[in-house]
Design a protein around this ligand. Structure first.
Ligand SMILES: [Zn+2]
Length: 278
């Protein structure tokens, strides 16, 4: 369990929210609407977590993904609006005050991965982490600027991304950007256009923070199981097969961005697919 140790690097999970449900995004496209009332939020069939990872290397303190945030509005889920959660207190309690963070990585620009990029101060959105560089995939940023047809996506850019760019703290990077000796970004497109994962290697040990190229253990057994919220479902399926093939039966610790509970495990080949070994 958290914190995990990968050579000289430690990774700590900070949970903002764990809920039952989320099947609205997880059920495959074409699932009849009449199924939803029985499977949607409140049903304990799925348990999803929204959390950040603090990646502490000998020289750097990196936060991967920033959850939902407080005070945000126009979110598509009721209880994601006007939140007043204790996330920053949880960070401080983990000995990670906002001033100590030097790098923020957004695996992609979805509402549940960028929220704490900013805080509301005197009616304006300002970067939460005053000393940090925010690493955002340039392809991802351009994609959403061009495709933000939905009001919630436009609002997400306006309150959680644009203020960071305006403050001069954003670095629009390639999806294979090298962050430091131990940490490198890995392109994993499909869920979104510029989606990326985070690879950690230290002293011969290895871990991978997935972001959202997978959401649920059932996608390990069935990599073809796409999400309703994938921008490019076929690309997401390709990414899952490629990534699982690359790390299966190897000691690569997978840290999954929405797995509740144990969160981390290994990919093991089984039959025509894989299984997730905690
Ligand atoms: Zn997500």
């Amino acid at each position: 369990m958290s914190p995990w140790r990968i050579g000289d690097v430690t990774v700590t999970k900070i949970v903002e929210q764990e809920v039952n449900g989320g099947s609205r995004w997880l059920l495959p496209p074409g699932t009849p609407d009449w199924l939803l009332p029985h499977l949607d939020d409140g049903d304990a069939c799925l348990r999803l977590s929204i959390h950040s990872f603090i990646v502490q290397t000998p020289a750097r303190r990196i936060i991967v993904d920033t959850c939902l945030g407080n005070d945000k509005w126009k979110r598509p889920v009721d209880y994601w609006n006007n939140r007043q959660g204790p996330f920053l207190a949880a960070l401080a309690a983990a000995d990670c005050p906002v001033e100590s963070v030097d790098t923020v990585v957004n695996t992609h620009l979805h509402i549940d991965h960028v929220g704490w990029n900013t805080v509301l101060r005197d009616h304006a959105w300002v970067p939460t982490f005053p000393r940090a560089r925010y690493l955002i995939s340039g392809a991802e940023y351009e994609y959403w600027r061009g495709h933000a047809a939905r009001e919630d996506m436009r609002q997400m850019l306006a309150d959680s991304v644009t203020p960071v760019v305006a403050a001069g703290q954003a670095d629009l990077v390639e999806a294979d950007h090298r962050v430091c000796d131990e940490v490198r970004l890995v392109p994993t497109p499909g869920h979104t256009a510029g989606h990326l994962s985070v690879r950690i290697v230290s002293r011969g040990e290895e871990a991978l923070i997935t972001g959202d190229f997978m959401h649920h253990p059932c996608q390990v057994a069935h990599p073809d199981f796409a999400l309703t919220s994938d921008s490019d479902p076929a690309g997401g399926i390709r990414t899952r097969w490629e990534m699982f093939d690359r790390i299966a039966d190897r000691p690569v610790l997978l840290l999954v961005s929405h797995f509740a509970g144990a969160t981390a495990g290994y990919i093991v080949r089984e039959g025509d697919g894989y299984r997730f070994a905690v």
